[in-house]
Ligand binder design. Structure first.
Ligand code: ADP
Length: 248
């Protein structure tokens, strides 16, 4: 679902992310870890053609779309439906005066759905898939918690039929029990719907609970990659060991 080869993202003369190889297949979760500023978000954004102002070289395919060669319209279609981006604090991106149900139905209609009972069913199912009460659709963004907002953002992706979710620090703004809920939802959706997940996180404890494979980045370079079970228990690179030792 995601295939990256020889990716280089530069701002001016500075290369901020160089990723030789990154694949995420359906039903798989890959996590990019590393300290702040190591190039994780840049890699994630480059996968969706969202690194504005950057020079991007290499090959990036997401759901069959050649991201670096695609027209803006094709990229918008990809991002609006098949590949969804889930950000750290989705509440900020939601219009404060629009009920969540209206927001979801608008997004679906923008992608061709018709108003009616079928649409209502899709919305209710998506909301239930992330363990939210469908009553949440009548609420305004400020009436829900951070964890509910994050699960709503995931529900929106599900309703739009996304097969790929790219999540940037999806739980960093949440407290620990709510973090576990959101990760639980992602894990279940991956299993039930064969979703491909690419997650960026500085939280190795969280990553160990969901990722199949891990890519460790430092100062724009991939220093280590492999099976999560292996990298997080017997790291080969001193930097990965450092990250693991820093865990509480
Ligand atoms: P991480 O997600 O690991 O915290 P980022 O990918 O956000 O790291 O950033 C990597 C580096 O790229 C940082 O040094 C950051 O300052 C730089 N960077 C990110 N976006 C831009 C931009 N739009 N213009 C210039 N530099 C940027």
């Amino acid at each position: 679902m995601i295939e990256i080869r020889d990716l280089r993202v530069s701002y001016g003369e500075r290369t901020v992310a160089a990723v030789p190889e990154l694949d995420v297949r359906a039903g798989e979760c890959v996590a990019i870890v590393g300290e702040s500023g190591s190039g994780k978000s840049t890699t994630l954004l480059a996968a969706l053609g969202l690194t504005e102002g950057a020079r991007v070289a290499g090959r990036v395919r997401v759901c069959g779309v050649d991201v670096l060669a695609a027209r803006p319209k094709e990229l918008r279609r990809l991002r609006g439906s098949r590949a969804a981006l889930v950000m750290q604090s989705p509440q900020a991106a939601l219009s404060p005066t629009t009920r969540l149900g209206t927001l979801m139905s608008r997004a679906l209609r923008l992608h061709g759905a018709r108003r009616g009972s079928a649409l209502d069913r899709v919305m209710a199912e998506a909301v239930e898939a992330v363990m939210l009460d469908p009553a949440v659709l009548r609420r305004y963004p400020h009436e829900i918690s951070g964890g509910q907002a994050q699960r709503f953002a995931i529900a929106l992706a599900i309703a739009l039929g996304a097969g790929v979710i790219l999540a940037d620090e999806p739980t960093s703004a949440l407290d620990v029990t709510v973090q576990a809920e959101v990760v639980g939802v992602l894990r279940r959706l991956r299993a039930e719907r064969d979703l491909a997940l690419l997650i960026v996180s500085h939280d190795l404890a969280l990553v160990s609970t969901i990722a199949d494979r891990v890519l460790v980045m430092r100062a724009g370079e991939v220093v280590e990659s492999g099976l999560a079970a292996q990298v997080l228990t017997t790291p080969a690179h001193p930097y990965t060991r450092e990250l693991l030792e820093a865990l509480p």
